[in-house]
Ligand binder design. Structure first.
Ligand code: SAM
Length: 206
């Protein structure tokens, strides 16, 4: 799908549905927070949530006392929604509307989190672009956490084709510049009570 169509897809989704209608919705992102807790990050670390949308991960980051938080999403509407939900706390966040594959930044990140955004990149060129962007903007020794549908997970999300990953296929993409730390499978239960198998892996920039 073209980038403009992708954007329009997500703008429509966020304009027309409540968070409880999203299959990916989590009241509390416990696996993401568990990965974050593995690393001894300073509260001043630069942390970015890629394809963060209206996720509650940003709420958890604020609650944990992190001071330099960035949320990037292709959808402006998703960011508007997150800002509204957070109220005054929204001012503590750096909000970025961009396709991640076009992202440029003047800061580099110590912790890069992506739950269910990377897997929407299905073409080789876009996947490669994502890897290059992550390589460019993650600090040396910085962490990358990716959550995608696993090989025994769904093959679509939000009506769009996705790419499933195994520990090996995800590691293969990032191994040039990152060391793999740990992977785990998670069964996410959607708000409609259906299971979805995710794979989460953490990497450290060489
Ligand atoms: C399935 S949702 C997951 C949202 C959030 N990460 C969570 O776990 O609740 C995918 C998110 O990725 C965003 N997204 C999709 N493609 C993107 C891209 N190329 N660049 C940036 N964001 C993208 C969507 O707008 C949407 O907010």
């Amino acid at each position: 799908m073209e980038s403009t169509n992708q954007k329009q897809h997500w703008e429509n989704i966020y304009a027309s549905k409540n968070e409880q209608d999203f299959s990916w919705f989590q009241e509390y992102p416990k696996t993401s927070v568990a990965f974050l807790s593995l690393f001894d990050l300073s509260k001043k670390s630069n942390i970015i949530d890629i394809g963060g949308g209206d996720s509650h991960f940003v709420d958890a980051l604020i609650e944990l006392g992190f001071e330099n938080i960035y949320v990037l999403d292709i959808s402006e509407k998703s960011i508007e929604r997150a800002k509204k939900r957070l109220g005054e706390n929204a001012e503590k966040i750096n909000w970025i509307v961009s396709d991640v594959t076009d992202f440029t930044s003047s800061v580099k990140f110590d912790f890069w989190h992506d739950r269910a955004a990377f897997h929407f990149l299905t073409g080789e060129d876009k996947i490669e672009k994502y890897v290059r962007v992550a390589e460019q903007y993650i600090n040396q020794k910085g962490y990358l956490i990716l959550g995608t549908f696993a090989e025994n997970g769904p093959d679509k999300c939000s009506g769009l084709e996705i790419k499933q990953y195994s520990e090996a296929s995800m590691s293969y993409r990032f191994e040039k510049s990152f060391n793999r730390i740990k992977c785990m499978q998670e069964t996410h239960i959607t708000p409609f009570n259906t299971p979805q198998n995710f794979l989460f892996c953490s990497f450290q920039k060489k």
